[in-house]
Design a protein around this ligand. Structure first.
Ligand SMILES: Nc1nc2c(ncn2[C@@H]2O[C@@H]3COP(=O)(O)O[C@H]4[C@@H](O)[C@H](n5cnc6c(=O)[nH]c(N)nc65)O[C@@H]4COP(=O)(O)O[C@H]3[C@H]2O)c(=O)[nH]1
Length: 764
């Protein structure tokens, strides 16, 4: 009979062998009469001897019944043998042959010619029927499978749809919020619904790789509280993160991989954990636990969860990028509107707020005022003590100002040591009180480390609507008032007045004129002799600038030098003076046998904003004046600032041979101790001491004291502003070495100076 597995292929003759008994008739039985065997068939063979004795033919029971008592050999002859067919003959073909030749039985031979069996019409039919039945059964099974598949596909489609819905929920959340926690919460809730897990959680890594965010659903608050610590990314769920692989456990208790799972974790049986990763970067992981019917999570669940994790990672990636952009925007906003050092609003924000406050004041008819503050001596401290302490001091100032102001006042730092206060709603009186409070608050020194710093502040105030109705106008006018406060002795507050504007306008005009004067060559250098008080000989000349205006009037340096310093014009002007003066002095050296040194004034600005050492070398080279004949006059204040670069420049020039003189000594700090730190050889006693030294005993005492100190430090002394013979004599008696003043000669043009008789000043 044919096996079930054979039914799948095309049937052949061997598949239809009939299972009725086949009786073997050997050669010696061939001559015996046939005997009936029910449902039997007789296979008659030739001579004995070999196991496969030749098959001669078949005798059926019908043959025997038709010719009873005949021997098999006759029966075989009466009924000639039917054809033989090979075992692999297709069944359909066999059927056709049997039909055509009216065979009732047909022997089936194998490839070696051995008889395998017999196919009868019934066995042929039975084989066909068996195959037919099998086909029917298979078709039924197939139909069943198709139906199952269809149902499965339907469920899959529903689940996919749910998943897409969940992903859409995430995207919707993204458009509403960039807060990761909300996203994650929305995400896990949607997923748990799709997979139908009992509960689920998402853990997200921080930048250090630790799980920082943990959101869950399906757990009660008490259960959630049992998870004391967030998983740290090691152990069972850590594998998911570290190896970026999914994990599906049917029974967590029976699985060795669950070792180390937090004992206080809410109970669970089956687990599905997948990484939340994008382009190889793992953001965290999702885990789901227990399906309601106790089934384990399927491969399909894993696929869905992975797909969801992919969407989530994309959304997270997006959210993080969005957050970064927002953070960057926020940072930019901070940079654009706040001062990095003090955290106070900066100029831009002050202007914005001032504009807004002006709008309100205009609508409501209320007042407002702007205060500009400039610390009086901050720069000196900053230069002397370094920027770090300077910054600390500014922070302390900001703190104190904040403390002094009211809640509605806006404090801003405009840069450097400049602050501003916007007082909305405060009238003149209230603003004046506030300004006084600010001044008073500076009376207490500022403590930094173990030092105390005394600072004062100059304040300028402008008010709306009296002084201006625009933000820029108010700022400018408060600034003008602040400069007035500075000019009139600092540490004070000034309200803006119209005449201040005129002063500013004059200053602005002067600046423009100075620029033109430089272009038009309106400056001159005059020289005033300096005399050795012992020999009465001219030993030097001080170069003093003169400005002859277009109209021929002379503008004194005291008027334009401060403006030139403020505007930076002192750089080209100072360079011009130095070059002119050195050119003249070099000429004198060539013409006269008596060497005359040249003193040139330098402004502090030139030290800070110019490569002075290079400039002096260049001019000396150009003009040919020996370096030791040049004296540079500097002010005390420049040295007091203790600026390292000033010291370096001075040392460089001293190495060249250039000398240094401290001008106006006695008017400022009058301390010789710092002078010792610099290569200074001469001090000039300010003319204010000399003027009264004859009449005023105390002035004379002071001059004497300066001379004594200078002598102990081996410094030369030049007395300035000597106008009378009495003054000259007093200075001589006090052993002052050198003098300068109208008594010896006024500042004069170069040619007059050169023409002085033999450069020997006669004693009057
Ligand atoms: N009453 C009186 N005054 C006398 C007498 N002898 C000299 N003077 C004046 O005293 C000033 C001395 O110059 P300074 O102290 O360096 O003071 C100078 C100096 O600080 C500055 N200056 C002048 N020229 C320059 C320059 O080229 N560059 C810089 N940076 N400053 C300069 O301008 C200041 C004023 O210069 P000047 O008006 O030329 O005034 C000069 C001079 O004319 C006297 O016996 N009696």
């Amino acid at each position: 009979m044919v096996g079930t597995q054979d039914l799948a292929r095309d049937l052949v003759a061997a598949d239809a062998l009939c299972n009725i008994s086949m009786v073997r008739v050997t050669a010696d039985q061939r001559y015996k009469p046939g005997h009936l065997a029910p449902y039997g068939v007789y296979a008659v063979f030739a001579e004995e001897g070999t196991p496969e004795a030749e098959f001669l033919g078949l005798v059926t029971e019908q043959d025997i019944a038709a010719y009873p008592q005949r021997i098999f050999a006759d029966l075989l002859r009466l009924n000639p043998p039917s054809g033989r067919v090979p075992a692999d003959m297709p069944l359909a073909l066999l059927g056709q042959s049997m039909e055509a030749r009216e065979w009732r039985t047909v022997p089936v031979m194998d490839a070696h010619g051995t008889l395998l069996g017999v196919v009868t019409r019934a066995s042929w039919l039975a084989a066909l029927l068996a195959r037919q039945q099998w086909l029917l059964e298979e078709t039924r099974k197939l139909n069943e499978q198709i139906e199952l598949d269809r149902q499965h596909k339907e469920t899959w489609a529903v689940r996919l749809q749910n998943l897409h819905d969940a992903a859409r929920t995430l995207l919707r959340l993204l458009s509403h919020t960039t807060i990761e926690r909300d996203l994650l919460q929305g995400g896990i809730e949607a997923l748990v619904k799709v997979i139908q897990a009992r509960y689920g959680a998402i853990g997200i890594l921080d930048s250090e790789g630790n799980l920082s965010q943990f959101v869950y659903t399906g757990l009660s608050a008490e259960e959630a509280a049992q998870i004391h610590e967030f998983p740290k990314g090691r152990g069972l769920l850590g594998v998911v993160i570290q190896q970026d692989v999914a994990l599906r456990l049917e029974n967590i208790h029976a699985d060795a991989r669950s070792a180390g799972f937090p004992a206080n974790h809410p109970p669970m049986t089956s687990l599905l954990a997948v990484p939340v990763s994008h382009m190889g970067r793992v953001y965290g992981r999702i885990y789901l636990s227990d399906k309601p019917d106790g089934e384990p999570f399927s491969a399909e669940d894993e696929l869905l969860t992975r797909s969801f994790a992919n969407s989530l990672s994309l959304v997270l990636d997006n959210a993080r990028r969005l957050e970064e952009v927002q953070l960057a925007r926020h940072r930019l906003d901070l940079i654009a509107h706040f001062d990095a050092l003090t955290g106070l609003p900066n100029r831009a924000l002050l202007m914005e707020r001032l504009d807004q406050a002006l709008g309100v004041a205009q609508r409501n008819g209320t007042a407002l005022s702007v205060l500009m503050l400039d610390l009086d001596n901050f720069k000196r401290i900053n230069d002397a003590r370094g920027h770090e302490q300077g910054d600390q001091l500014l922070n302390k100032v900001a703190e104190r100002l904040r403390y002094t102001l009211g809640d509605d006042d806006l404090l801003a730092r405009l840069g450097g040591d400049e602050f501003a206060i916007l007082c909305a709603g405060r009238g003149h009186e209230a603003t004046a009180r506030l300004a006084q409070n600010v001044l008073a608050s500076f009376k207490t020194p500022f403590d930094i480390l173990n030092d105390q710093f005394f600072l004062s502040v100059s304040i300028g105030v402008a008010c709306y609507p009296a002084d201006s109705d625009s933000a820029a106008g108010l700022i400018r006018k408060a600034d003008t008032a602040m400069y007035q406060a500075k000019d009139s002795g600092k540490n004070s507050a000034r309200f803006f007045t119209a005449d201040m504007d005129q002063a500013v306008q004059m200053r602005t005009r002067l600046e423009a004129q100075l620029r033109r004067a430089l272009d038009q060559n309106e400056f001159r250098v005059y020289f005033q002799p300096q005399v050795d008080l012992r020999t009465h000989r001219i030993v030097g000349a001080e170069a003093l600038i003169r400005w002859v205006r277009e109209d021929g009037s002379m503008c004194p340096p005291s008027e334009f030098i401060p403006v030139a310093e403020e505007t930076g014009l002192i750089t080209p002007i100072g360079e011009w003076v130095l070059r002119q003066a050195c050119t003249e002095a070099a000429r004198w050296q060539r013409l006269s046998a008596t060497p005359v040194s040249l003193a040139v004034n330098l402004s502090a600005y030139q030290f800070r904003h110019q490569d002075l050492s290079r400039l002096v070398q260049e001019i000396l080279r150009e003009t040919g004046l020996p370096a030791q004949m040049l004296e540079l006059e500097i002010t005390e204040s420049l040295l007091v600032q203790d600026d390292i670069s000033v010291g370096t420049t001075m040392q460089d020039l001293r190495h060249l041979g250039v000398h240094f003189t401290v001008d106006d000594f006695g008017t400022g700090y009058s301390s010789l101790s710092y002078i010792r730190r610099f290569p200074v050889e001469t001090i000039k006693i300010d003319q204010s001491f000399i003027r009264y030294c004859v009449q005023d005993h105390s002035a004379a005492t002071l001059v004497e004291a300066i001379l004594a100190m200078a002598s102990s430090l081996n410094l030369r002394v030049v007395a300035e502003g000597v106008e009378t013979i009495e003054q000259r004599e007093l200075l001589r008696s006090l052993r002052c070495g050198y003098a300068q003043g109208y008594y010896f000669g006024r500042p004069m043009p170069a040619e007059d100076f050169a023409a002085l008789p033999a450069l020997a000043m006669g004693v009057a």
